[in-house]
Design a protein around this ligand. Sequence first.
Ligand code: NAG
Ligand code: NAG
Ligand code: NAG
Length: 409
Amino acid sequence: MKFSFLLLSVLIISTTTTFSQEIFELTTGLDDPRLRFFFHGFRDFVFNTIGKTSYKTKGVFLQEKFRKNAKFPCDVELGKSREPPKSVHKLRPGDISVIGALGDSLTCSTGAMAERITELSMENRGLSWSIGGQWNWRNATTLPNILKVFNPSLVGYSLDDSFPFHKASQFNLAEIGAVSTDMPFMARALVKRIKNDKRVNFKYDWKIVTISIGGNDICSFLCLMKNPERLPEMHRMALTKTLRYLKNNLPRVFVNIVSVPHVETVIMIRGKPQSCSFIHHGECACWVGSLSNSTKESRERWKKIQRQFISVEEEVAKLDEFRRLDEFAVMYQPFTKNVSLIVDGKRDLSLLSFDCFHLSQKGHAWAGTTLWNNMLEPDNKKTLNWASPQRKLNCPSKEHPYIKTYDNS
Ligand SMILES: *[C@@H]1O[C@H](CO)[C@@H](O)[C@H](O)[C@H]1NC(C)=O
Ligand SMILES: *[C@@H]1O[C@H](CO)[C@@H](O)[C@H](O)[C@H]1NC(C)=O
Ligand SMILES: *[C@@H]1O[C@H](CO)[C@@H](O)[C@H](O)[C@H]1NC(C)=O
C-alpha cells in the first residue's frame, strides 16, 4: 500500500510540473533532468521490489487463447507486397517493418496482469494492445503480434515488463501520467530512438505509430485548470504539432490516433468492487470523490469537454495538410467511441485490471485486435465497439489488400 501511495504522489508531483506550465515546449516534467535521477532510481527500486508479473499463465485477466496449433485466420500471402510500396496508400500489413507508440498508462499496459494493488505499478509493456510483442497472436492478440505473422522481422514492439527507460520497452515511449501536451516531446524522443537503432533503415522502412492520450487530462487535470474549457484547443495544438513533427522527421510512416474510452465507461459503473471505488478517487479525482467536490453538474461539464476533446482528434487527423501525401498518412481509429463492458448482455469486468480502470491482458487483446480491424475498415464503416479476437479478426482481401487511409477508401 505504502509503495503505491508513494508512487502516486511522485506521479502527481511530476505530472503537475508538466501541466502547470501549460506550454508546448519539448520538455516534460517526467524527464526533467532534476527529477530524472530520482524518478528513474525510484522506479527501478519499485520494479525490482514488485518483480515482473507477466509470467502468469492463469487468471480471469487473461484472454481466451487460440488453440496451440491454430492456423492464423488470414491469407498471409495477400498481406505483403512483392516490393515495398512507394505510397502509404498502397501499404499492406506485411510491408510494415517498424512499430512505435506514444501515450499514457493505457499504452504502458499498466497493471494488465495485476492481482493486487502493488502490482499496479508494474507495466506489462510486452502485452500492450498497440505495441506489445511478447508471446504470439494466439495468446497475446496485440497489433504487433498480428503484424508479425505478416512480417516476422518487424521491430520496435515491447518485449517484456519494463519502464520506458528500459531496453525492453523498445519503441514504446508511453509514460504513466502523460498528458496531451507531452506528445511533441515524446514524438521527438521516438524519432531519436528509431533513428539510432541499427535494425532500422530509417529512410526506407515503413513504420506505424499509434498515439493514444487523454485519460490523465480528463480524469485528473481538467478540474485543476483555471479554464478547463481550453483543454480541447490545447489538445488540438499539441496533436497537430506532434503530427507535423512526425510528417517532417519520420520518413514513411502511418499514424493511428485512438481516443481514450469515455471516462464514464469505467468510472461510473455501479456496484464496482470497493477496492476499485477507492482507487478511482486517486486515478480519476475530477469525476469521483471529495477531492474535487465532484457533483452531477460538474460531471456534465467534464463530459462536454471530453466530447470536444475526442472530436478534436478526428478533426486533426482529417486536416488537409496531412492528406494525399506519399509517405505520411494519419487515420483516426474510432473503436473506443462506443466501447462497452457489456458482453452478451452481461457486464464483463475481466476486461479491466485490478483497479477497474486500466485494461487487463484480456482487454489489451480485445483492443489490439479491434485496432487491427479498424485499420482494415474504410472510414465510414469502422467498428465502434470491441470484440474478442475469436469473434472478429479482419483480413486483407484480394479486393481490399491495403491498410485504409482517408485517400484510398
Ligand atoms: C503464451 O505462449 C508462450 C509461447 O508458447 C508461452 O511461453 C506463454 O507462457 C503463453 N502464455 C500464456 C498466458 O498462456
Ligand atoms: C470543496 O468544498 C468545500 C466545502 O464547500 C470547500 O471548502 C473546498 O474549497 C472545495 N474544494 C474544491 C477543490 O473545490
Ligand atoms: C453503442 O452501444 C450501445 C450499447 O452498448 C448500443 O445500444 C448503440 O447502438 C451503440 N451505438 C453505436 C453507434 O454503435
